[in-house]
Design a protein around this ligand. Structure first.
Ligand SMILES: C[S@@+](CC[C@H](N)C(=O)[O-])C[C@H]1O[C@@H](n2cnc3c(N)ncnc32)[C@H](O)[C@@H]1O
Length: 214
C-alpha cells in the first residue's frame, strides 16, 4: 500500500501567523474548548503546549478558560492544523501530539487523520521516540487506524482502554457518561524512522501575501 505525497509547499500561511521557536514542544490538534490543554499544562508546567482549534467559538472558549486559569507555557492557536503545522513546526521538534476524539468523518474516510497524506508530514515533525496519542469512542475508527499503522505507516503503538472515570476532554466526558467504550492508540516514532519531509523547513508564513489577496 502507498499514499500520494502531501503537497506541503502549497499550504498557505494561516491568518495572523506567528512563528514558533525551534525548541521541544507538545501540540494538540482539535483542542476544542481546551479542557485537556489546561489539564496537561497544569500537570506538566515545564512543557510548552500549542493547542490548535479551527472552530472560532471553541477556540474563544479555550482562550477564555485560559484567562481564568493562566498557564505560562500554553499557547492556544486559532487555525486549521494542516497549514499551521507546515508553517510553524521544525523537523523532529515535537515530543507529543494529541488528537483526542477527532471528527469521525463517516462520509469522508480520506479525511481521517491516519488516512491523510498529511500524516506523513506530521510524523516528520515528531522527535525520535516521540508519541501521537489518538483517542476515539468509535471502535471502527481505532481499528482502521491500527490497520494503517501496521500496513502503511509501519509504526509501533500501544492500544489502551480509557478509564471510565477519565475526564480529559468535553467529548470524553460525554461519551463515558453514555457508557461508551473510549480507547486510544499511543503511537511511537522509532529511532531512525524516515519520511519524505525530514528536510522540509517550516514555511514560517511565506505565503501570507497570496492569502490576503483571496
Ligand atoms: C469532536 S471535536 C473534539 C474536541 C476535543 N478534542 C474534545 O475531545 O472535547 C473535534 C475538534 O477538532 C477540531 N478540528 C477538526 N479538524 C481540525 C483541523 N484541521 N484543525 C484544527 N482543528 C480541527 C474541530 O473544530 C473540533 O473542535
Amino acid at each position: 500500500m502507498s499514499i500520494r505525497q502531501f503537497q506541503a509547499q502549497r499550504m498557505q500561511a494561516p491568518r495572523d501567523f506567528i512563528a514558533v521557536p525551534n525548541t521541544p514542544i507538545c501540540v494538540e490538534i482539535g483542542a476544542g474548548k481546551g479542557k485537556h490543554a489546561l489539564l496537561f499544562t497544569g500537570q506538566n508546567p515545564q512543557k510548552t503546549l500549542y493547542a490548535i482549534e479551527r472552530t472560532k467559538e471553541k477556540f474563544m472558549a479555550m482562550q477564555k478558560q485560559h484567562q481564568l486559569e493562566p498557564r505560562e507555557l500554553l499557547n492556544p492557536i486559532h487555525a486549521d492544523a494542516l497549514p499551521w503545522v507546515v508553517h510553524a513546526l521544525f523537523p523532529s521538534q515535537v515530543e507529543q501530539f494529541f488528537i483526542l476524539y477527532p471528527n469521525p468523518e463517516p462520509h469522508n474516510p480520506a479525511q481521517r487523520w491516519l488516512n491523510m497524506p498529511f500524516f506523513e508530514f506530521l510524523l516528520s515533525r515528531l522527535q525520535p521516540n516521540g508519541t501521537i496519542t489518538l483517542a476515539s469512542n468509535i471502535p471502527e475508527y481505532i481499528d482502521e487506524a491500527e490497520q494503517q499503522l501496521l500496513q502503511l505507516w509501519k509504526l509501533p503503538y500501544e492500544k489502551q482502554k480509557i478509564a471510565t472515570d477519565s475526564a480529559r476532554t468535553h467529548f470524553e466526558v460525554k461519551y463515558l457518561e453514555r457508557g461508551e467504550l473510549c480507547q486510544q492508540l499511543v503511537i511511537r516514532k522509532p529511532d531512525g524512522y524516515s519520511t519524505r519531509f525530514d528536510d522540509f523547513a517550516p514555511l514560517q508564513g511565506q505565503n501570507a501575501q497570496e492569502q490576503s489577496d483571496v
